[in-house]
Ligand binder design. Structure first.
Ligand code: NDP
Length: 343
């Protein structure tokens, strides 16, 4: 395939890029600055023939992607992962909403304008566009792809809450994508992936634990940063997860899987509690025992009636296989302590 990948320097996209290049696909990576392109290039020194770059400094500008979408050979796949998620980098609720929504509509309208060869567009949405996150009673709920987060723009404006704004940004961006696909799609199919919390080792390079992406920073800050084995376990937050390597694999499978077009897919390995994360880190990661709040080792840790999500469509249509909790949190924990030591 010839693939255009937005947000190519991000946590998730770095794994997608690595897997695409390993499978001999040819990729144009979209990033926001030449310095970020240089950093990505340095990660893949042997792939210069299969990897080129385009800088798109502002994806909310009209026609932002039009030049980048022109290629010889032409693109047949576009993967759009770029979207604000790092809370500390976002000033207000519009800092989430505008780039998420306009970035998505710009990619799709750009394809319609200048890239008629594109056959599939794979959008990295989120479980944030599916779950109600307390806006409805979720007791015992089994979420499927027919569920939508009921959040509204009025509610975001009224509350001014950043978490709500992030979840709204993913919901509205995905809705906008389906609207364009339905009304204006020109020869391409939309495939949407809806992962919950994404964890696992980093493929991209970070110099320090201050540079971690949002979901990884959560594990670092809540479990590993302090020496606090007798401290309180952090609350479960969104207790559904997927390994970043499996999410990246889902993006690759979505390029070819028959019948995937026109569908959204919950990409979730299952539920995980803070207790389970603590148990794996303390058991598997050297140096973690003296840091991670121990809680009550072995206790399940999820509330009775906790909602879950059904990922059977991803398993059957895309053929995704999911790693277990041990592998995800062991590999992440070992790497995070290594980053702290400057390795
Ligand atoms: P990262 O923060 O590591 O990556 C985000 C990417 O989007 C970066 O390339 C970033 O570029 C780019 N980006 C952010 N804001 C803008 C903007 N305003 N304009 C242009 N580009 C922007 O996060 P992840 O890799 O975790 O996220 C990737 C995708 O996966 C996102 O769509 C996210 O919503 C989704 N997702 C992630 C989950 C997780 O737990 N990690 C869970 C569910 C969905 P730059 O480096 O220049 O800022």
């Amino acid at each position: 395939h010839r693939v255009l990948l937005t947000g190519a320097n991000g946590f998730v996209a770095s794994h997608i890029l690595s897997q695409l290049l390993s499978a001999s696909h040819s990729v144009r990576a979209i990033i926001r600055s030449p310095a970020k392109a240089a950093a990505v290039k340095a990660l893949f020194p042997t792939y210069s023939k299969h990897l080129d770059f385009a800088v798109v400094p502002d994806m909310t500008a009209t026609g932002a992607f039009d030049d980048a979408l022109k290629s010889e050979p032409p693109f047949d796949v576009v993967m759009h992962t770029a979207s604000p998620f790092l809370y500390k980098a976002v000033g207000d609720v519009n800092g989430f909403l505008d780039p998420a929504i306009k970035g998505t509509t710009e990619v799709l309208e750009g394809i319609n304008r200048v890239a008629p060869s594109v056959k599939r567009v794979i959008l990295t949405s989120s479980f944030a566009a599916i779950g109600a996150f307390g806006l409805k009673d979720e007791t015992g709920k089994v979420y499927t792809e027919s569920d939508w987060n009921p959040v509204t723009l009025d509610l975001v404006k009224e509350k001014g809450d950043m978490g709500l704004a992030y979840r709204a940004s993913k919901t509205f961006a995905e809705k906008a994508a389906w609207e364009i696909a339905r009304k204006e799609g020109r020869g391409w199919e939309l495939v949407v992936l809806n992962p919950p919390m994404v964890y696992g080792p980093l493929q991209h390079k970070v110099e320090s634990t201050d540079e971690l992406n949002e979901s990884t920073a959560r594990i670092w800050n809540l479990f590993l940063k302090e020496k606090s084995p007798d401290g309180e376990l952090p609350p479960n937050g969104l207790p559904l997860y997927v390994d970043v390597r499996d999410l990246a694999q889902a993006h690759l499978l979505a390029m070819d899987a028959p019948g995937a077009g026109g569908n959204r897919f919950i990409i979730s390995a299952g539920a995980v509690s803070s207790q389970q994360i603590s148990d794996v880190l303390r058991r598997e990661v050297e140096g973690a025992e003296e840091r991670v709040p121990r809680g009550v080792p072995g206790k399940e840790g999820l509330a009775e009636g906790q909602f879950i999500a059904d990922s059977s469509r991803a398993r059957s249509v895309l053929g995704v296989r999911f790693r277990g909790v041990e592998e995800t949190f062991r590999d992440l924990g070992v790497q995070l302590l290594g980053i702290e030591r400057g390795m």
